[in-house]
Design a protein around this ligand. Structure first.
Ligand code: PEP
Ligand code: MG
Length: 593
């Protein structure tokens, strides 16, 4: 990543992952832990030291109670329960006794006594291969850091739940579960050292419409709490102490963007049809049931991907059948008569739960994820299938299985689905018998056997985010190799074409729900390859629609035919982008500074 200086400003460059410009002050999240040095004071006043320790415990308890109350009021009772476990740590007799013993017998400082006593306990818990226990270890460390902050008076280590004022968050990394909790009112933007464009953190930022620049690497250290910065999510710049001239230029950029947004309102209800009359189904990707409002506003025709795992994240329990049924029903009813494709649980990879027992894995993206996990955790899967089936009585719901890599997985999933259908029938519960089933094509093997898969399902949706990472062997989260993550690699185009052709031969449609569909430069190439549906983040629906309405399918096909024979991914990208730029030049120009 490059670093450019001018007299006053400091400009850092990262990966632009979520469009928008934000200006605000920085809040740096927990960058380092306090690790107290070993100290033994022969002259230690034990009574005073114990009192100091007790006072720090009391302060910490008070602070946790305040955070808990705020969370309870803002998000709800269930989420705030997480802090009950934190409060219990402060009363743990084993740790407290050990601290007192160390103060009295070893004449250790409170800081050192607390740190060593609690670490011993936390280490033992995290060594056990059990995600529930390792989560307890994380709770202990979190609380102990708070006590240490109070003991040492060191600047407060800030967590997301501590944000009170609107700010730009800076962190080494943000988990998708943290990002899902961000409040756009308080978080004007965020910046991380790690991450890339197709990480779920980036996808969520776009869905929440929070401008974000990721992958800053070591340059992140230039950012300090309290600094005034400008974040450019269009081009991937972070500017420390922006000059008046720079603020003016960005003001102009925002105006250009706003005027495009306004002009797009008039095509909201129009069809996504090319100039030469080819209709494309343009739908939206959602992560939460509440996202339907954004879908309705965007003018999308339904939901092409509902990432249901976000219903399961950031909570201590699992959503039961009834809760899931209500969520799917709500989405479906709000969008009727448009279709909604519900993707079954895609846990694993970068989306983990504390209460589904997923032990740490060497290669989580190649591990116990999505359909693999569901076919072993059968009750979890069946509960979801029953909930989707019941909701199918209220709208046009379709089921889609993620990360299928072979026929057996699909057959096994369908067998469980049939069993759930029978169960519901026996109980006299309503569901749509004609519910359509699809698979995501996101492993190379699925694309290669798409001719066989096509005989068993009613549609394909290509998950380019994973298809690219698995085919090119490029981790989608790793900023160090993000330059190798090339959607226009000829190998990827061949896999897409193989899938589309297999679908056509067997009379089923193929969509793309990966981020490639939301990339304006890629849209003509995808439809030229024969993709019939694009499912994109709601905020991109109007632009993608306008682009489709501004191109000729004949030109898109010409591009695709040419691209399939070109060796260089960069050359294919250049040509594809050229065609899009010709069609909607102002979309590209308006981003430039
Ligand atoms: C994909 O892999 O392209 C996809 C849409 O699924 P996810 O991003 O949730 O893995
Ligand atoms: Mg995927």
């Amino acid at each position: 990543m490059s670093l450019a200086h001018s007299k006053l400003e400091l400009k850092l460059r990262g990966i632009p992952v979520s469009e928008g410009v934000s200006i605000g002050h920085v809040v740096v999240l927990n960058r380092h832990r306090i690790i107290p040095a070993k100290t033994n004071f022969q002259t230690l006043n034990q009574a005073a030291e114990e009192a100091r320790f007790q006072a720090a415990l009391d302060d910490t308890r008070q602070q946790i109670l305040e955070v808990q109350k705020r969370l309870h009021d803002e998000i709800g009772a269930k989420q705030s329960l997480i802090f009950d476990a934190h409060l219990l740590v402060l009363e743990d007799p084993v740790v407290l006794e050990e601290v007192k013993r160390k103060i009295r017998k070893e004449k250790a400082s409170s800081e050192y006594a607390l740190y060593t006593a609690s670490e011993k306990y936390a280490e033992a818990l995290s060594a056990v291969e059990d995600s529930y226990l390792s989560e307890r270890a994380a709770d202990i460390r979190d609380v102990i850091q708070r006590v240490l902050e109070n003991l040492t008076g060191q600047s407060k280590q800030v967590g997301l739940s501590d944000l009170t004022e609107p700010c730009i968050v800076v962190a080494n990394d943000l988990a998708p579960s943290d990002t899902a909790m961000l409040d756009p009112e308080k978080v004007l933007g965020f910046i991380t050292a790690a991450g890339s464009k197709t990480s779920h953190t980036a996808i969520l930022a776009r869905s929440l419409k929070i401008p974000a620049v990721l992958g800053l690497g070591k340059n992140i250290d230039e950012l300090k709490s309290g600094q005034s910065i400008l974040l450019d999510g269009f081009n991937g710049f972070v500017v420390i102490s922006p000059s008046d001239q720079m603020l003016f230029e960005y003001g102009q950029l925002v105006k250009r963007q706003n005027s495009i947004e306004t002009s797009l309102d008039k095509i909201r209800t129009e069809e996504a049809k090319t100039l030469d009359g080819h209709s494309i189904v343009l739908s939206a990707n959602i992560e939460r049931a509440t996202d339907v409002q954004a879908v309705l506003k965007s003018g999308a025709s339904g939901v092409g991907l509902f990432r249901t795992e976000f219903l399961f994240i950031n909570r201590k329990d699992l959503p039961d059948e009834e809760e899931q049924f209500q969520a799917y029903k709500k989405v479906s009813e709000s969008l009727t008569p448009e279709p909604v494709i519900i993707r079954t649980l895609d846990l694993g990879g970068d989306k983990l739960l504390s209460h589904v027992n997923v032990a740490a894995e060497m290669n989580p993206f190649l591990g116990w994820r999505a359909i693999r996990l569901c076919l072993q955790e059968k009750e979890l899967f069946r509960t979801q299938l029953r909930a989707i089936l019941r909701a199918s009585a209220f709208g046009d719901l379709k089921i889609m299985y993620p990360m299928v890599s072979g026929i057996d997985e699909l057959d096994e999933a369908n067998k469980l689905l049939e069993e759930c259908q029978k169960e519901l029938k026996d109980k006299g519960q309503k569901f749509s018998e004609a519910i359509e089933i699809g698979v995501m094509i996101e492993t190379p093997s699925a694309a290669m056997i798409s001719d066989k898969l096509a005989k068993r399902v009613q549609f394909f949706s290509i998950g380019t985010n994973d298809l690219i990472q698995y085919s090119l062997a490029v981790d989608r989260l790793n900023e160090k190799i993000s330059h190798l993550y090339e959607p226009t690699h000829p190998g990827i185009l061949r896999l897409i074409k193989t899938t589309v052709d297999a679908g056509k031969t067997n009379g089923i449609w193929t969509g793309v729900c990966g981020e490639m569909a939301s990339d304006l430069s890629m849209v003509p190439l995808l439809i030229g390859l024969g993709v019939g549906e694009l499912s994109v983040t709601p905020s991109m629906v109007p632009r993608v629609k306008m682009l489709i309405r501004s191109i000729n399918m004949s030109k898109a096909k010409e591009l695709a035919n040419l691209a399939i024979d070109i060796d260089s991914p960069k050359e294919i990208h250049r040509r594809a982008e050229e065609l899009s730029m010709e069609a909607v030049p102002n979309f590209f120009k308006a981003k430039r500074i």
